[in-house]
Design a protein around this ligand. Sequence first.
Ligand code: CP
Length: 300
Amino acid sequence: MEHLISMRDLDTRRINALIKRAGDIESGREKPDMSNRVMGALFFEPSTRTQLSFDTAMKRLGGKVITMSGTKGTSVEKGESLADTVKIINQYADIIVVRHYNEGAARYISEQVDIPVVNAGDGANQHPTQSLLDLYSIQKTQNTLNNLRIALVGDLKYGRTVHSLVYALAGYNPVFYFVAPEALAMPQYILDDLDNMGMTYEVRETLEEIIPQLDIMYVTRIQRERFADPEEYEKVKNAFIIRAAHLTEVKENFRILHPLPRVNEIHTDVDTLPGAYYFQQAGNGVYMRQAILTTLLEQL
Ligand code: CP
């Protein structure tokens, strides 16, 4: 594993190894030492969880972090190109973690530098470290990743977390329910890929009837910032609002996940239900990101 750019680049063996490693780090069975390593965090888009969990992940391993949070006050404001910027970070850090608004930016950066690059979200394309922490969360709550019934709910068109997640789960024989308004449906290229892989999925616009069958409900925010036309956002912004009253007949192992941040798609009255797992899910991100950093840095 030279870089981590897309879930499509990882096979099931590598995914399982990262999940095991995250568990070993969380339990204390493995205590990696990154005290001679520096992580360069480049966040060209806003982030709370991804940026801060990578930051604490590296520091808790003894490593150092240098950060560019937005471009204000940097030489990007003077016209420095992305390629030149990352070639400079290449001189200062041992690994680059990048979030960028352009799809394909992380792959492009990986071609400019000779240190590992981790995609922390590129436009509406992929968010592989989120998917890996999602898999770690599913494994912890279900004791397996195999043969699960999983509903992906909300913005399936622009949602990079769900795009990554369907590829991440491809090797585990899931049944997917893609639940979204027509305007935010899962992109056809992903459905084509799933067809080619022989995977089972159902495209739906309503959720209620399938809730009792689900192991996992993965809810996503309708992302205002991805809409070119604000009127289109207004039409779909309240498409799904999950309340505790909707979740009275669920399986014992049922969990709700959400990459967060949420706006109103999961009402706060869900937060105290036994199935609400989204805050613990965010916490799991620290261990998975430690596993990713360790795996990429130990090969240097
Ligand atoms: N889940 C996620 O990527 O959250 P942030 O945008 O806060 O990093």
